[in-house]
Structures are given as C-alpha cells and as structure tokens.
Design a protein around this ligand. Structure first.
Ligand SMILES: Cc1ncc(COP(=O)(O)O)c(C=O)c1O
Length: 441
C-alpha cells in the first residue's frame, strides 16, 4: 500500500504557527512560570527535551486539541495514552454530565466503584479483586508493599527503561532526595535480556519480593519484549517465589480488552492499571487474585487508603469507557490505522534519506532516529536526540502534537481517522525534507 504522498497534501495542513502565536514572552507563559515550577506540573510538559516552550491547551474534541490563541493541533499525546476513545467521547461526557448533579465526592463507597471493579475483573482473568487509587504511582507503590508483605522479602527488581511512577523505591537512582538505604533495595536488569535475568534470579531470586515490569515498555519509547522473554520471566519468578507485577498503566485496555497479559498469554500475580480505566480522570488500580488482595487493609495488615481513592467521577468515566471498548472494540481498526501511520512515516523517511526505526504495538508507537533496531534502553539512549528534536519542532510548526521527548510513545485513539494519519504523514514529509536538506548543507 502506498500512502505517502509528499507535497500533495501540504496545502491541507492547517498551520497554527504556534511559535508566532505563542512566543517566548507570551503573558500566559510568563505567568505560568511565576506560579508553577517551570510553568508546568509534570516535567515532560515543559518541552525542554526538544528545546521548545510549553504549550497550553484549553479545549479538545476527538483527535484535535485547541490552544488559547485559536490554534488547532492534531493530538498524538492523547492524555499520555489515557484517551483511547479520543477527547470528549459522547458516552463519557454524557455519563459525567448525568453524574455531576448528584455530587462529586461521597467520602464513602459509591456503587460505581463496584461496577468498574467488576468490569475490570471480567476483562482480565488474573484479576479477581481490586483496590482503586488516585494515580498509577500510588497503585505501583501499593503493589510493592503488598509483595513485600506477602513474601517477607525486601528487595525488588525493576527493568531498565521502565517507569512506574514517582514513588521513592521506583525512582531509585533516577531522582535526588531518595535515601541510599532505600535505593539499595531496588535492583535493575536490562530490558529483555534473558541472560542477565537468569543470572540475577540464580544469585538473588530467593531474596526478591517482586519483579515489576511494563510488559511492553512505553516509557523509554515503545520497546516490545523479545520473544519468550515474558514467559521465561514468569517461570523464573514462580520458581523462586517472587511475585510478578505487570505495570499495565499504559498497555492496559490499549493492547486489547485482555491487555498485554492477554496478548502475550502470560499471567502476572499482580497487575496495575491506570490511564484508560479512568476515561481521562485521575485513577490507578492494583488488582490480583483474592488470596493476595485480601492482605490489604481492612482485611489484612498492608495499609493503603485515600480520601480520593475510587473517586466517583473517575469511576463513572472509567465505566463508560470500558463499556464502550467492550461493546465496540476499536482494537483491530486502531491497529490498521496505526500500521498505516507506521508505513507512511517509514516510507517518507527513507524517501528523504533519514534513518529512523519505528517501534510499535497496537495503537502506540515511537519514532527513533537510529540506524539500527532499538531493542533496549541502551539502544534507546544511543538514538539521535537532536534529530528527534528537529523533527518534533518541524511537526509542531505544522500543528502535529507529539510527545516532546524522544523517550515517549505516541498514542492513537478511535477518533483518529486515516485522513488524520495522512495529515501527519504529509507533515512528517516536510519535516524529513527539512532535516535532510539541513544535513546536506
Ligand atoms: C507504565 C506506567 N506506570 C505508572 C505510571 C504512573 O502513573 P501516574 O502518572 O498516574 O501516577 C505511568 C505514568 O505515565 C506509566 O506510564
């Protein structure tokens, strides 16, 4: 299928001229920087990794978002993967609108908590019971506490390049302010490296409480596991009595209703979800078999609690999202549209002699500027960040919004059409063209 038509579609691209309408000294940006650290509430939103200024969005619908100056953006950030149905899906918006007059927070259990829990357990067989949190960070933190209590062991094993939120244990050696004593209890192995894994498990398997992993990495950009890696990880963790925790905050309900564990046929002990299950509102959840989950208070002695845990509005947005995904599964179509994008970008890059590697799974992808395949964190780090920044800038000038970091995933939603994808490909053609002439100058 030939889908690249460089040049032909260029006139159709709406250029929001954001760099002009949203210049460095834009009052709103200055004000943001006066009151918010770095003008943002999460570092990646600062656009510093590509040397650009933050962008403020005020409205969104479907696959498009709008800035305060009236610029329209074709969105491939999609709430960092939360919005698989697109912005303001009518079912989600309707459910929230109907719920609001009843109040925002009951402070006690709301029926919607039970309903969303049921929908998750029905879709994911390894999950019999859940505990909702407000964020993925909290859910990961709680899962680790549960694993430590269950095994009576302290050390946890993580995998290089994965991200599990910003709790101390999981940010060991990645942030200042984390006590060394705590960091010592977090070990790391390289992504998808069976030999390294076997070695660590042989030496330390009996001392590990859990292995925490994104079954498909999305936080070093998309990197899929080597064939057989997850199955072997399952075998080794079981053999050594180590709990296997799948962090499916990104992959959950994105790689299918059964999530990554369904797609790869590997069953973890505990699973963490977030993002999609909240339909665009704050959420996290830890789930697993009843026998493990019963260790949480009030049934057991592992504490987790929260004023906003199981927030009714997050539950209601999540219920309408999961019901929509199950009534009209978008996965096959999403994968076809994503494949069209991947094919078009590859063809465009090769036409202009720019070396890229596209990693993708389901409806998420990352474009790495590299000459050879990118299969682990070391190879991710070796990719050309400067070229990524040039590309992201050129796309930004044409109204295409991608995550402003070479280490993030782009997300499609059911609101993205082949026409949207073609718009992206045409803009990418321009970007590659500019890069190749700059490199040849
Ligand atoms: C795989 C993964 N785990 C955990 C988290 C943390 O979730 P939250 O940002 O809701 O705290 C994220 C956030 O992006 C994530 O991608």
């Amino acid at each position: 299928m030939r889908i690249v038509d460089c040049g032909l579609n260029m006139t159709k691209i709406r250029n929001p001229k954001s760099e002009i309408r949203n210049p460095n000294r834009s009052p709103s940006l200055e004000e943001a920087q006066r009151y918010l650290v770095g003008g943002v509430n999460s570092p990646v939103r600062s656009f510093r990794q590509i040397g650009a200024e933050p962008l403020m969005l005020v409205r969104a619908q479907g696959a498009e978002a709008h800035d305060a100056a009236g610029g329209t953006w074709l969105d491939f950030i999609m709430g960092w993967g939360s919005l698989i149905l697109g912005h303001r899906h009518p079912a989600v918006t309707r459910a929230l609108r109907q719920a609001l007059p009843s109040g925002t927070l009951m402070g006690l259990t709301h029926p919607a908590e039970v309903e969303l829990a049921r929908l998750i357990t029905e879709a994911v067989p390894s999950v019999e019971q859940v505990r909702f949190t407000v964020s993925g960070t909290e859910a990961c933190m709680t899962a680790i506490r549960l694993a430590r209590a269950q095994t009576g062991r302290t050390t946890i094993l993580t995998v290089d390049g994965c991200y599990h939120g910003h709790s101390d244990s999981l940010m060991a050696r990645k942030s200042a302010g984390i006590p060394e004593a705590l960091a010592q209890d977090t070990m790391t192995v390289p992504w998808s490296d069976l030999e390294a894994l076997e070695g660590v498990m042989r030496r330390l398997g009996d001392a590990l409480a859990c292995v925490v992993i994104e079954p498909v990495a999305a936080n070093m950009g998309v990197v899929t596991p080597a064939p057989g890696y997850l199955a072997r990880l399952r075998e080794l963790t079981r053999r050594h009595g180590v709990l296997l925790i799948f962090d499916e905050v990104v992959t959950g309900f994105r790689l299918g209703l059964g999530s990554a564990q369904g797609r790869y046929g590997v069953t973890p002990d505990l699973t963490i979800f977030g993002k999609i299950i909240g339909g665009g509102l704050p959420i996290g959840v830890v789930g697993g078999p009843r026998r493990l989950m019963q260790r949480l208070a009030p049934e057991g002695e592992v504490f987790h609690g929260g004023t906003f845990a199981g927030h009714p509005l997050s539950m209601i947005a999540g219920i309408s999202t999961l019901k929509e995904l199950s009534a009209h599964p978008p996965y096959e179509r999403l994968e076809r549209v994503t494949e069209r994008l991947v094919g078009g970008l590859s063809e465009a890059a090769s036409r202009f002699g720019v070396s890229i590697q596209i990693n993708w799974a389901g409806s998420m992808l990352t474009v790495f500027f590299a000459e050879t395949p990118v299969r682990n964190f070391a190879e991710v780090q070796a990719s050309h960040r400067q070229r990524f920044a040039q590309w992201a800038h050129a796309l930004r000038l044409q109204g295409i919004l991608i995550p402003p970091s070479p280490f993030e995933a782009l997300f499609l939603s059911s609101a993205h059409t082949p026409a949207h994808v073609d718009r992206f490909i045409s803009a990418a053609c321009e970007a590659f063209r500019a890069m190749s002439s700059r490199n040849h100058r």
